[in-house]
Structures are given as structure tokens and as C-alpha cells.
Design a protein around this ligand. Structure first.
Ligand code: NAD
Ligand code: DAU
Length: 337
């Protein structure tokens, strides 16, 4: 079994690679990543010694390059994590989000069709459903909740989902989609809430909470997301969408206060709200639970403690990724080849 993992030098993709190499020692994993600011080869150091792992620097929008790679490597499965993933950046500059998240997905699916790849899996997000009101805790996103996006990021992800569904119906592409809630864990780029707050607390920089801090996210430990995707690849039904989430809703203020407690310091500052800021996300994971038997294994209390400890013990990773030193690492890595 050979799997192409796109975006594998980023947060969830790298965790997925580690997970798959451990769970399936006989699988071959090829990581395809263009190494944007969010992709970091240093993150993949634990995988480089594994003979079943290889890395290719490539942009998923590069049709000719992607076709060459498919022809050469002939993957059985493609799992598409590659994306521009940060909502705030999409508000400042939407264009690259449309290019990578929509057109990049199209190129990968065209390659799957052209070279007869047996399976394509699109890693999507709960943000495609828009948001829920805070005063209706009885409401949750199901797979049939209408798509109703708020940011250029979520609009680009929803567009890609629609394109995947169109390819399934029109070209009989063998594909599945998963829509997951907010992930946290090791190797997340420190522009996202949890690593940013840990990093700022450590450096005695104020912790910037948007608006009133009462926005709710449904947090899932990254390894549980990886396990869910693995299960969907094994047992998921072609053409289906699976929501992934663990009923773990917290408002931002509570998350930040938990971080301050574990790090032992940190001062909150309330800053201007994000434009179009989604109020609440909450996944109903009933389908993946009842049909595939998936349940999250890590509670928020355990996961957040593990995550904070990981960042505190991996200061070098954090400072390198923030300083752009990983680009030097890239040059060094390739100079050796
Ligand atoms: P990330 O920003 O940490 O990583 C994205 C990776 O994609 C990086 O390594 C980057 O270099 C690579 N990439 C970007 N553009 C590329 C291109 N054109 N060609 C090749 N590689 C490219 O993102 P993440 O948080 O790991 O998210 C991964 C996927 O999961 C995304 O599709 C995102 O929409 C989805 N998702 C994320 C979350 C979350 O909480 N982080 C939750 C649900 C779904
Ligand atoms: O729900 C899944 C999505 O979760 C993924 O699809 C996205 O790729 C991922 O980035 C994440 O989106 P969010 O916008 O929810 O994550 P972020 O970490 O940017 O913000 C989480 C919440 O914290 C949100 O309500 C905004 C708030 N926030 C964020 C930052 C960076 C702050 O209050 N202050 C901050 O500095």
C-alpha cells in the first residue's frame, strides 16, 4: 500500500504520517508538500529514518509536476491535507486560499482519475457548516447540515468539498470526505490559538483574545483525528462524508485560562474581534461512531496537558519555526542529497 499524504509537513499531516508509519509498518508513505510558511521539514525529522517514508517538495497546483509524480510513484491512496488553513490570513489575502484549496484539490483529483488511483480522501473542516448560536446548545452540525460559510478560508474548503462530491457523481471518483472540528496537539504552527497562547505566555507577551472570548470551539486531540481518517480509509463508504468531533466544546477564554494555569503565567488582553467571527462550532459525530466505531481516545484535560508539555519541551522547534530557520534546515537537508 502506497499513500500520498499532501500537506504532510504541516500540523495534522505530519501527525498523520507518524500515526500511519506506526500503525501500518508495511505501508509506504510519500509526503507531498510545497513547504509554505506553515510547512516545516524539521517537523518530519522523526520520519526521515524510516525506509518506508519519503518526501517530495511540490505544489499541488503544479499539474505537470503532480502528473509526473503520479506516473512515477503510482500511489494507491491520496489523503489531501494540503491547504492554506488560517482564517485570519484568508481575511487579509483570500486568493492563495482559492488557488491551493480549490484548484489544488482539483489537480489531485484529476491525477487520481488519469492514473487510476484507487482512493482519494479529502480532509475538510466543520467550518464549512458556518456557525451555531451560543444560546442553542441543543444544535450540532450533522453531515446534512447545509454548507453556509463565513470566511474566505471556509468558503474555499466548502468549494473543494462540492468539487469532490461532483467528481464522485460525475466521474465515479472513489472518494470520501471528512469534516473535523478544531485540532490541537504537537507541531501546530504558532499562529493558531493554543500554540500562540502557550508561546506568548512563555515569552511574557500578552495573550490576545478576540472580542469577548466567548466563541466556542469543539476541540479534538490531533491523534484522534488521525485515527478517524485511518478508519475512514479502511472502512468508510465511497461517496460519503464523515463528521469528526468529540463533544468537547470550550469557549476561548476557558481554553486560555487553562493554558495560563499549566504554563504558570500569562496575561490576557482583549483585542479587536476577527471579522465575521464564527460564534460556535459543535460536531455531531454519531455517523462515524455508529457506522465505523470511532470514538476519541483523549479527553481535553489529558490532551491539553500533553500538548502544553510538548511545547514547553520543544522550544527549539517553536523558535525555529517562528524565525524561519527551518528554511535553512531545508537547504541543509537538500545539500546532503
Ligand atoms: P497547516 O497549515 O498546519 O499545514 C498545511 C500544510 O500544507 C503545510 O505543510 C503547507 O506547506 C502545505 N501546503 C500549503 N499549500 C500547499 C500547496 N499549494 N501545495 C503543497 N502543499 C501545500 O494545516 P493543518 O492545520 O495541518 O490542516 C491540514 C488540513 O486539515 C487542512 O486541509 C485544513 O483545512 C484541515 N483541517 C484543519 C483543522 C485544524 O484544526 N487545524 C481542523 C479540521 C480540518
Ligand atoms: O474548526 C476547524 C478549523 O479550526 C480549521 O478548519 C482551521 O484550519 C483551523 O485554523 C481552526 O480555525 P479557527 O479559526 O477556529 O482556529 P484559530 O486557532 O485561528 O482560532 C480559534 C479561536 O480562537 C477562534 O474563535 C479565534 C480565537 N483566537 C484566535 C487567535 C489566533 C483568539 O481569540 N486570539 C488569537 O490570537
Amino acid at each position: 500500500m502506497k499513500i500520498f499524504v499532501t500537506g504532510g509537513a504541516g500540523f495534522i499531516g505530519s501527525n498523520f504520517i507518524f500515526y500511519m508509519l506506526k500503525q501500518h509498518p508495511d505501508y509506504k508513505i510519500v509526503c507531498l508538500d510545497s513547504l509554505t510558511y506553515a510547512g516545516n521539514l524539521m517537523t518530519l525529522i522523526p520520519a526521515f529514518d524510516n525506509p518506508n517514508f519519503s518526501f517530495v517538495k511540490i505544489d499541488i497546483t503544479n499539474r505537470a509536476g503532480i502528473y509526473n509524480l503520479f506516473e512515477k510513484e503510482n500511489p494507491d491512496v491520496v489523503v489531501n491535507f494540503a491547504a492554506e488553513s488560517h482564517v485570519d490570513r484568508s481575511i487579509v489575502n483570500p486568493e492563495i486560499f482559492l488557488q491551493t484549496n480549490i484548484l489544488g484539490t482539483q489537480v489531485l483529483m484529476d491525477a487520481c482519475r488519469k492514473f487510476g488511483t484507487k482512493r482519494f480522501h479529502q480532509v475538510s473542516t466543520d467550518e464549512v457548516y458556518g456557525d451555531l448560536p451560543l444560546d442553542r446548545p441543543d444544535l450540532f452540525f450533522t453531515e446534512s447540515t447545509p454548507l453556509h460559510t463565513s470566511s474566505p478560508y471556509s468558503a474555499s474548503k466548502a468549494s473543494a468539498d462540492l468539487l469532490v462530491l461532483a467528481y464522485i457523481r460525475t466521474y465515479k471518483l472513489s472518494a470520501t470526505i471528512s469534516r473535523c472540528s478544531n485540532n490541537y496537539g504537537p507541531y501546530q504552527f504558532p499562529e493558531k490559538l493554543i500554540p500562540l497562547m502557550i508561546s506568548n505566555a512563555q515569552k511574557n507577551i500578552p495573550l490576545p483574545v478576540y472580542g469577548d472570548g466567548l466563541n466556542v470551539r469543539d476541540w479534538l486531540y490531533v491523534e484522534d483525528h488521525c485515527a478517524a481518517i485511518d478508519l475512514i480509509l479502511e472502512k468508510g463508504k465511497i461517496g460519503e462524508v464523515y463528521n469528526i468531533g468529540g463533544h468537547n466544546e470550550k469557549n476561548n477564554l476557558d481554553v486560555v485560562k487553562t493554558i495560563i494555569k499549566y504554563v504558570g503565567k500569562g496575561e490576557i488582553t482583549f483585542v479587536k474581534d476577527r471579522a465575521g467571527h464564527d460564534r460556535r462550532y459543535a460536531i455531531n459525530p454519531n455517523k462515524i461512531h455508529t457506522e465505523l466505531g470511532w470514538l476519541p481516545a483523549t479527553s481535553f484535560d489529558v490532551g491539553i496537558k500533553k500538548t502544553i508539555e510538548w511545547y514547553l519541551n520543544n522550544n527549539e522547534w517553536l523558535s525555529n519555526i517562528s524565525s524561519g530557520k527551518y528554511l535553512e534546515y531545508y537547504d541543509k537537508y537538500y545539500a546532503k542529497k
